[in-house]
Write a protein that binds this ligand. Sequence first.
Ligand code: P1T
Length: 386
Amino acid sequence: MKGFSTKAIHVGEDPSEMQHGDVVSPIHLSTTFAKKSVREVEEGYVYSRSGNPTRNNLEKKLAALENAKYGLAFSSGLAAESTILLALLKKRDHVVAFDDLYGGTKRLFNQVMERFGIEFTYVDAREPENVRSAIKENTKMIWLETPTNPLLKLADIKAISEIAHERDLIVVVDNTFASPYFQNPLDLGADIVLHSVTKYLGGHSDVVGGAVMVNDDEIYEKLKFHQNAVGAILSPFDSWLVMRGIKTLAVRMERHEKNAMRIAKYLEEHPLVERVYYPGLSSHPQHELARRQMRGFGGMLSFELKGGLEEAVKFVESLKIFALAESLGGVESLIELPALMTHASLSKEEREKVGIKDSLIRVSVGIEDVEDLIEDLEKGFRGIKQ
Ligand code: P1T
């Protein structure tokens, strides 16, 4: 199987491997599995935290999407991130991270992991040399998000992986915004790719989950051990929901992108808009890199209105189709203000340093009819004037 959709639909759900020839994976709810004898070491399942047939079917599918050898499913994107850090780092290890990251990821780094003696340095990773300059004697890991949340900045995965591998550092890429349909970081040299499956992989805003995909046997064994030892696993029902979501990932992503491109161009030409951030626009400063390392530009965009916070609040509160909500990647369009919502856990200085203004509006463009979405945005512009 080579094609993306063929893998997304069939891997992990082969009827010849199912007890009754099911064409979709059954949901195995049993928390424990009977052994035939006390002493004999048997193949198969023991306890559902350590391994569950439904979760394992999903993990095979996840691996296939990122052209990876292994996949692991977690109870949230942050659970996946925590497990990566706990599995691979120890006290006094240092991580060089992109300075524009999901607010919850920075909160995990600064308010949790730093208490356990892990050090973080944030750099503008749009320039690979900034990553090189921040590497210290105790650096063990490079942490990237590309495109970033919420400013859609890009990191050159290939160039940064080459720098990292001169020093045997582990490169982690959060691929949530692009989804595996548009970008495969392992193919570009990264060691670990992670997703909040809550977003495009689940696709329907009805499951919180995380995923990690790797090729390296040693890294996999450490992650697998900690998945069980830490225990932040995805439930069988949620695993099944994610498998169901993944089957339509390709068709959804095509539509997300088409709608996002239309809306990005509409916003860019609007007289009340100061600036649009979308890697698919030729005005995006890293548009060439986006063309090189991604197969499409995704469904996420941000923009600044002319005016300030008050205008932005009026705008988002005037919409009817776009829900004013955190999260992203579902079939329904969402809109939010990072400064007050997804990135509120960062201080104002931290936000301003990376360029997140109070008036920044982030849009997760859904797969509704784009004319209806544009009409709704018109309501937002009318709302500013009231
Ligand atoms: O929410 P959770 O499944 O734990 O995933 C965390 C996470 C990790 N990485 C990226 C790039 C993310 O965007 C997120 C979650 N983001 C939101 C909830 C949001 O609205 O941006």
